[in-house]
Design a protein around this ligand. Structure first.
Ligand code: CP
Ligand code: NVA
Length: 329
């Protein structure tokens, strides 16, 4: 499989075979790292730029450590410390960075920005999260599911909450391509875009995946192998929307009762993180006090339970991002 020179902007652009290859390559990198084997000569002398217009812990650290393990140097740029957006357009930035770097990661707002960057850069561009898609997260999630269940096809993944945003969209694409049954469970206005659903139904015909959209948590989680959720208010959204989101989505919180409704002891809980499962964050505390609740999309009990694999997912961000860089640069 030769993916050199390819961008990694959304899973839509990759075939199931290519996604499967990246997951397997990540597993290989993970095993090597555990044995203390590093490929620091493989890409020696290469440089990559990491652009973060939104904050990050996992994605930034994963790109930095993965690059380091591959012998690649990194430069971190945020919107306050560079000209991006304010004095220089994305197209101009792309052409400048493309002359200096061998690859560019971008985290920011609209998907069209990362697509524009890729159009002009002339080097691989990797999407580190946009409003619409978070493809490197889904690679890590699929690796985690494969590690836990030994396979991807036929696994039932239920996504609870705002399924119109980056995580809901990307998980639906990833599941549809790789043959996992995907259920989005939320009020109808939080279902993914109908055009994206239509596209994913085409992928599902080939992979055998079943896509379901339900407003009823009890019905949706029956037989679920994975219950997945994400924050109710994403980065870049106004804090004004918290009240409406809590009202709309509280019925879709992942709690012990919901986990028990799957009818399976083996169901795992997944979350891309960061999560509002307690009051130990600034925003969690502020919103918790304002709306008189101590937990949001997931209870602390589920987050801390043996069913929760969230830190395996977080670790797998690094191994999967390493596979993406290694394969495409
Ligand atoms: N899951 C994820 O992308 O985390 P960060 O925002 O910390 O990068
Ligand atoms: N939906 C979340 C994902 C964070 C990794 C956000 O965009 O903030």
């Amino acid at each position: 499989m030769d993916l050199r020179g390819r961008n990694f902007l959304k899973l839509i652009d990759y075939t199931p075979e290519e996604i499967g290859y990246l997951i397997d390559l990540a597993a290989e990198h993970k095993e090597k790292k555990k044995k203390g084997i590093f490929l620091t000569e493989k890409h020696k002398g290469k440089n990559i730029a990491l652009i973060f217009e939104k904050t990050s812990t996992r994605t930034r650290c994963s790109f930095e450590v993965a690059a380091h393990d591959l012998g690649i140097q990194v430069t971190y740029l945020d919107s306050s410390g560079s000209q991006i957006g304010k004095k220089e357009s994305i197209a101009d930035t792309a052409r400048v960075l493309g002359r200096i770097y061998d690859g560019i990661e971008y985290r920011g707002f609209g998907q069209r920005i990362v697509e524009e960057l890729a159009k002009y850069a002339g080097v691989p561009v990797w999407n580190g999260l946009t409003n619409e898609f978070h493809p490197t997260q889904v690679l890590a999630d699929l690796l985690t599911v494969k590690e836990k269940f030994g396979c991807l096809k036929g696994i039932k993944l239920v996504y609870m909450g705002d399924a119109r945003y980056n995580m809901g969209n990307s998980l639906m694409v990833g599941c549809a391509k790789m043959g996992l049954d995907f259920t989005a469970c939320a009020p109808e206005k939080y279902f993914p875009d109908p055009e994206l659903i239509k596209l994913c139904k085409e992928y599902a015909k080939v992979s055998g995946a079943v896509l379901t959209f339900s407003e009823d948590p009890k019905e949706a989680v029956k037989n679920a192998d994975v219950i997945y959720t994400d924050v109710w208010v994403s980065m870049g959204e106004s804090s004004e929307v918290w009240e409406e989101r809590i009202k709309d989505l509280e019925k879709y919180q992942v709690n012990k009762n919901l986990m028990n409704m799957t009818g399976k002891d083996s169901t795992i809980f997944m979350h891309c993180l960061p999560a509002f499962h307690d009051m130990n964050t600034y925003i969690g505390k502020e919103m918790g006090e304002k709306f008189e609740r101590t937990e949001m999309e997931v209870t602390d009990e589920v987050f801390e339970s043996p069913a929760s694999v969230v830190f395996d997912e977080a670790e797998n961000r690094m191994h999967t991002i390493k596979a993406v860089i290694d394969a495409t640069i």
